[in-house]
Ligand binder design. Structure first.
Ligand code: 13P
Ligand code: SF4
Length: 319
């Protein structure tokens, strides 16, 4: 209603006043995605969010997503102020890979090249040789394996397994999962495909191997949206966070989009996949942070330097 419109207008005015730009992930509420689009910010996957924030001239980046996304922005742009609607938005992969235990794992495999997923803390990134996002993980590991390097991979076990299978790289894997994607069920997906034999299946590689095995396209959120555009199928079954449907509907309004079945119940919808931490971002806390300037992301300088090295290698390779 009128109140919501007033909040939106106030946020838009404050973004300008504060020389701030909104950088949002596809999994946050569509109100935030729309706002980012309307105000010259960006909505994208984690690799593109990192690049956009680094290259944008604004002195303040407001990152709507989870903590590692805010940290990545700060790692790449220490001179910018990085704010988040909430600093409580974690990620189960980040939580499942504490820096001290990870360092011990690395110490146990000194001969291996350490590749970590971007869904990790700055401390973990500082210990790594390379950071990767899901959009580039397979290509980078294939490149390293081609040079004869053995890989230590952390933290997502499903993504690590998928990369090992598809590249043949020699990899040891850390063992944790994304609480959202780990819930997709292979059997139930087979049933749904039988009901919709005309459908193509799009899967984020944080999903279990038996779900990935049924995919017509596997990739990052941006890559799945691209696949939705490019595949000829009129019906798409989508195994990733339901936040992606906002953009996917926009891109292929004539196609039928079905959510892949999950075993669990998310906090915000009955039987669909939705990240509880992404869901913590909203118009209310975005307005609050713009008005009061709290929730600033800080990364200790020596840690930042280390994390920048491994993150920069990814960006150089991605070009
Ligand atoms: P993308 O890099 O594919 O956007 O993935 C980030 C993420 O958190 C997926 O769960
Ligand atoms: Fe982390 Fe999974 Fe949430 Fe992505 S969806 S932020 S991987 S918990």
């Amino acid at each position: 209603g009128a109140e919501r419109e007033a909040v939106l207008q106030r946020i838009k005015a404050l973004l300008q006043e504060r020389d701030a730009v909104l950088v949002a992930h596809y999994y946050v509420h569509e109100d935030l995605q729309r706002l980012a689009e309307e105000t010259g910010g960006c909505v994208s996957d984690s690799l593109e969010m990192a690049r956009f924030g680094r290259d944008h001239p604004a002195s303040t980046l407001v990152v709507a997503g989870v903590r590692f996304m805010g940290e990545t922005a700060k790692i790449l742009s220490p001179e910018k102020r990085v704010l988040m609607p909430t600093l409580e938005a974690e990620c189960s992969l980040d939580l499942g890979c504490p820096a001290d235990a990870f360092a011990a794992f690395c110490d146990a495999h000194p001969e291996r090249t350490v590749v970590v997923y971007s869904n990790t803390s700055a401390e973990v990134k500082a210990r790594a040789d390379y950071v990767v996002t899901s959009s580039i993980a397979q290509r980078l590991v294939a490149h390293l394996a081609g040079r004869g390097e053995k890989i230590l991979w952390a933290p997502d076990r499903h993504l690590g397994h998928y990369i090992r299978e598809t590249t043949g790289a020699d990899m040891v894997l850390w063992d944790t999962t994304c609480v959202v994607h780990d819930e997709f069920r292979a059997r139930a997906l087979e049933d749904l495909r039988r009901e919709h034999p005309e459908a193509a299946v799009l899967v984020h590689p944080e999903s279990p191997a038996r779900v990935i095995a049924q995919a017509d396209a596997v990739g990052s959120t941006s890559q799945l949206i691209q696949a939705a555009r490019e595949l000829p199928h009129e019906t798409l079954i989508v195994a990733t966070d339901s936040g992606i449907f906002y953009k996917m509907h926009q891109e292929v309004p004539h196609k039928t989009l079905l959510a892949a079945p999950t075993g669990g119940r998310s906090a915000t919808c009955h039987s669909c996949a939705h990240c509880p931490w992404m869901a913590m971002n909203g118009l209310g806390n975005l307005l609050h942070v713009l008005e009061h300037g709290g929730n600033e992301v800080h990364v200790e300088e020596s840690v930042r330097q280390g994390a920048l090295r491994s993150t920069q290698r990814m960006l150089d390779f991605a070009q």
